[in-house]
Design a protein around this ligand. Structure first.
Ligand code: ADP
Ligand code: MG
Ligand code: MG
Length: 251
C-alpha cells in the first residue's frame, strides 16, 4: 500500500533537516502505529506524504499503490486514496460542513471516474455516518470546524475519512484532546473502516488508543527516523518505561 524509502526532508525556509532517512512499508489491510517523543518528525512525515508545501524532499521516495506520491499535487494524492486526519484540524469559516463534505466526495468520485452521488444518496450516507460518530445535524450545518470543541473537530475528521473511503488513512494524534467516550467513538469509527484493501498509519502518544485500534505493527520514531519496530508490545513498553531505554539502545 505505502512504501517509503530513505525519506529525507528539510524545511524550505531554513536549513533544517527534519526527516533523516525514514523507511516504512505498510501492507494492504494493516494498521501501523508510530509513537515517538515530541518533535521527532511524526507530523512532518504525515504532511510531506499528503503534499503540504514548505518542505523539500532531498532524498528518498514514497509510493502509494506503486505510484510516486511525491510527484503528485495534494488533490491527486487524495484521489489516489490518501487521507490525513490532522493533528490540528483547520477551521474554515464560510464553508458549511455539509457542502465541504459533498464537494470533497464528488471531486474524489470524479477523479476516480465515478458518477457524482445524488443529493439524496449523499444525505443518507452522511447522516448515517454522522450518527454513529454522534455528530448532530447542527454540526453538519455549521462552517467546517468553526467553534467545534477539540473532540468535535477530531470526530469530524473521522467523518470526512468515512465519507471519502480512502485506501491509506493517516491519523495524526487523533486521540489527543479526546475524553474516554469520544476516544471510543473515534476508535469504533476507525475499526468500522478496517478492511483488507485499506491501511492505517496511526500516530499517537498513548497506548490507550491502541487498546481500541489494535495495531499490527508499532514503530518508534526519534530524531527524524524510525528507530525501532515491533508488535503491540512495543507500545506497552513505551507506556510503562517511556522512551529513554529505547533511545539509549539505538541513538
Ligand atoms: P512531532 O509531530 O513528532 O511532534 P513535528 O513533525 O511536528 O514533530 O516536528 C519535527 C521538528 O521539526 C520539530 O523540531 C519542529 O519544531 C520542527 N518543525 C516542523 N515544522 C516546522 C516549521 N514549519 N518551522 C520550523 N520548525 C518546524
Ligand atoms: Mg508533537
Ligand atoms: Mg505532531
Amino acid at each position: 500500500m505505502l512504501e517509503i524509502k530513505n525519506l529525507h526532508v528539510e524545511l524550505e525556509e531554513e536549513d533544517k533537516k527534519i526527516l533523516k532517512g525514514v523507511d516504512l512499508t505498510i501492507e494492504a489491510g494493516k494498521v501501523h502505529a508510530i509513537m515517538g517523543p515530541n518533535g521527532s518528525g511524526k507530523s512532518t512525515l504525515s504532511y510531506v506524504l499528503s503534499g503540504k508545501s514548505g518542505y523539500t524532499v532531498t532524498d528518498g521516495s514514497a509510493n502509494l499503490l506503486g505510484e510516486d506520491l511525491l510527484d503528485m499535487d495534494p488533490e491527486a494524492r487524495a484521489a489516489a486514496g490518501l487521507f490525513l486526519a490532522f493533528q490540528y484540524p483547520v477551521e474554515i469559516p464560510g464553508v458549511g460542513n455539509m457542502t465541504f463534505l459533498r464537494t470533497a466526495v464528488n471531486a474524489q468520485r470524479k477523479a476516480r471516474g465515478e458518477d457524482e452521488l445524488s443529493a439524496a444518496e449523499f444525505l443518507k450516507s452522511v447522516r448515517e455516518k454522522a450518527k454513529s460518530l454522534k455528530i448532530d445535524a447542527d454540526m453538519l450545518k455549521r462552517p467546517v470546524n468553526v467553534g467545534f470543541s477539540g473532540g468535535e473537530k477530531k470526530r469530524n475528521e473521522i467523518l470526512q475519512m468515512a465519507m471519502l473511503e480512502p485506501k491509506m488513512c493517516i491519523l495524526d494524534e487523533t486521540d489527543s484532546g479526546l475524553d474516554v467516550d469520544a476516544m471510543k467513538l473515534v476508535s469504533d469509527g476507525v475499526n468500522a473502516l478496517r478492511d483488507a484493501g485499506r491501511s492505517f498509519l496511526v500516530i499517537t502518544h498513548y497506548q490507550r488508543l491502541l487498546d481500541h485500534i489494535k495495531p499490527d505493527v508499532v514503530h518508534i520514531m526519534a530524531d527524524g527516523r524510525i528507530v525501532k519496530t515491533g508488535g503491540p508490545e512495543l507500545a506497552l513498553e513505551v507506556e510503562n518505561n517511556g522512551y529513554a531505554d529505547i533511545l539509549a539502545e539505538v541513538l
